[in-house]
Design a protein around this ligand. Structure first.
Ligand code: C2E
Ligand code: CA
Ligand code: CA
Ligand code: CA
Length: 278
């Protein structure tokens, strides 16, 4: 953040006005951020709990802002969505994630690659074309791509969106429902498009080892996945006791700080190479 002049910093005083100023500043700076090479990806491993091995990675976008430093997606994705810039950002993420994942070391089965997509991008109607374009440009196998859809910000899918989902699946791409259980329409989403993966929202994990109700809910989702032939990934595993509870319920996959924080690409490669050693 060394480029910031003192005058610049002083404009962002605490208070409502400062938050709005920051949003407006970010919105202006988002235009061209991609061209300036300011977006990066970090990678969080997905672990197969039975085999105790990394079987996938989720790509998570970061913005290296020249003044504010590293920004997280929860701050800038909503701004990009409102500014009509999320499609452009998403196309970069898709191409970059597939290019990097294609070059990852393979020890055993090739890793699955999870990429998050914004409901606004889905609604814009370009998702299928953008995914197809990225697959073609990178040569990445569609079967290894998992498109993570979040239901928390969109109501039950409209027919056009359901058609997009079906088109992606026809291409061989896997679909995941992200933050499952956190939104108002999670169960009804399962009656729409068939999905391949459920990502159990981390709000459940926070209490899975603490109270009976939460444990029952997690067990129900894991059982639902088993009955429907859908892989369940528990998100946000932070403590050994949460992991123990998940294992006891027969949860197949997990992700979280306990297993690994999101990593830079070199750190991910080192982890994969080390894992192959034992
Ligand atoms: P998400 O898809 O649910 O991704 C998981 C988020 O939880 C990540 O935050 C990750 O760093 C964090 N996390 C992982 N393990 C733990 C844990 O054990 N404890 C806690 N407290 N957090 C954990 P991140 O990277 O800040 O991403 C936030 C959200 O931004 C993502 O939530 C996703 O919805 C969205 N996002 C990330 N990358 C993209 C992208 O390329 N495109 C779009 N449209 N959205 C993205
Ligand atoms: Ca975060
Ligand atoms: Ca996700
Ligand atoms: Ca999630």
């Amino acid at each position: 953040a060394g480029q910031a002049g003192p005058g610049l910093v002083q404009r962002y005083e605490p208070g409502l006005g400062a938050a709005r100023d920051r949003r407006e500043r970010l919105r202006a700076d988002l235009v061209g951020a991609r061209a300036r090479g300011e977006f990066t990806l970090v990678w969080q491993p997905v672990v197969d709990l039975e085999e105790q091995r990394v079987t996938g990675v989720e790509a998570l976008v970061r913005w290296q802002h020249p003044v504010f430093g590293e920004l997280e997606p929860d701050e800038f994705i909503p701004i990009a969505e409102r500014a009509g810039l999320v499609g452009d950002l998403q196309r970069w993420v898709l191409a970059e994630a597939m290019t990097a994942a294609a070059a990852l070391p393979e020890h055993g089965a090739p890793l699955q690659l999870g990429v998050n997509v914004s409901p606004v991008h889905v609604a814009s109607g370009t998702l299928v074309g953008d995914v197809a374009q990225a697959l073609q440009a990178t040569g990445f196998p569609a079967q290894r791509l998992v498109v993570e859809l979040t239901g928390t910000t969109s109501p039950a899918p409209v027919p056009a969106v359901a058609a997009d989902h079906a088109a992606l699946r026809l291409m061989g791409v896997h679909l995941a429902l992200d933050d499952f259980g956190a939104g108002p329409s999670s169960l009804s989403q399962l009656t729409g498009t068939p999905v391949d993966v459920l990502k159990l929202d981390r709000t459940f994990l926070a209490r899975v080892d603490k109270d009976r109700q939460t444990r029952a809910l997690c067990a129900a989702v894991i059982g639902l996945g088993r009955d429907l032939g859908i892989d369940v990934v528990a998100e946000g595993v932070e403590t050994p006791s949460q992991l123990t509870a998940l294992r006891a319920m027969g949860c197949a996959y997990a992700q979280g700080f306990l297993l690994s924080r999101p990593l830079t690409l070199p750190a991910l490669v080192a982890l994969l190479d080390a894992g192959a050693g034992h």
